[in-house]
Design a protein around this ligand. Structure first.
Ligand code: COA
Length: 199
């Protein structure tokens, strides 16, 4: 098993992680306009249980550049691009705990015309594969609003199972999780199915 040093693993992947339909790459200052547009969008903020950013663009850009220079400790953030090179959203794993062996996962597809086309499932499956193949982490969890059925379908299709529903900061959240052993089982089942189909 490789160490938890995810940045080394990421560099071994030429600083990009490829899915079937998407590519995950480092965040860049050039993403700032897209991210400002998405983070100030009331619909996206509501789906993410937060409020739209109210900062003026210049201040937002200043903070943004600072975060790229000094990323948060115990977090790995990626831009999501289509294979045609269009930046459609962001994803991350964060609250990485080596001691407990777990991390939290987050995703936002900001370009709404890309919703419901399977990009979310591809992003989550790609990130899970990356985490379980390149770190020693054993459990990945996430939270989503109990009313966000699209997100829940996307996460279930990627292997997550709900484990608790909790009110936090006035929001009704469903927490979902997947363990390494479940991910491996799914991977092997998918392999078997692909093998049977080719017989
Ligand atoms: C949530 C999100 C990541 C999902 O990504 P996506 O690319 O839209 O999702 P996918 O197309 O891979 O999967 C969504 C599934 O939910 C289904 N779905 C859509 N609306 C649904 C609803 N109201 N109820 C149940 N299922 C629904 C889709 O049909 C699809 O299933 P299918 O492939 O079997 O048809 C993305 O839509 C997004 O970022 N939305 C805005 C922000 C947001 O919701 N953030 C909260 C994340 S916790």
């Amino acid at each position: 098993m490789k160490s938890i040093d995810t940045k080394t693993s990421y560099k071994e992947h030429n600083n990009m992680i490829k899915g079937d339909r998407i590519i995950l790459r480092d965040k860049s200052i050039e993403d700032v306009h897209d991210d400002f547009k998405w983070e100030t969008d009331p619909e996206l903020a509501a789906l993410d249980a937060t409020v739209p950013v109210k900062l003026p663009f210049n201040k937002y850009k200043q903070d943004y550049a600072e975060e790229i220079r000094h990323p948060y400790f115990a977090s790995c953030r990626f831009a999501i691009e289509t294979q045609e090179g269009k930046h459609i959203g962001n994803c991350a794993y964060y609250h990485i705990s080596e001691r407990i062996g777990e991390t939290e996962l987050g995703i936002m597809i900001g370009e709404k015309e890309f919703w419901n086309q399977g990009y979310g499932v591809d992003v989550i499956s790609t990130l899970l594969k990356y985490i379980f193949e390149n770190t020693a982490l054993k459990r990945v969890y996430l939270k989503t609003l109990a009313s966000n059925y699209r997100a829940q379908t996307c996460f279930r299709k990627s292997g997550f199972k709900p484990y608790v529903r909790l009110i936090r900061d006035g929001y009704d959240f469903l927490f979902m999780e997947i363990y390494r052993r479940e991910w491996l089982l799914r991977k092997n089942n998918n392999k078997d199915q692909a093998g049977n189909a080719s017989l």
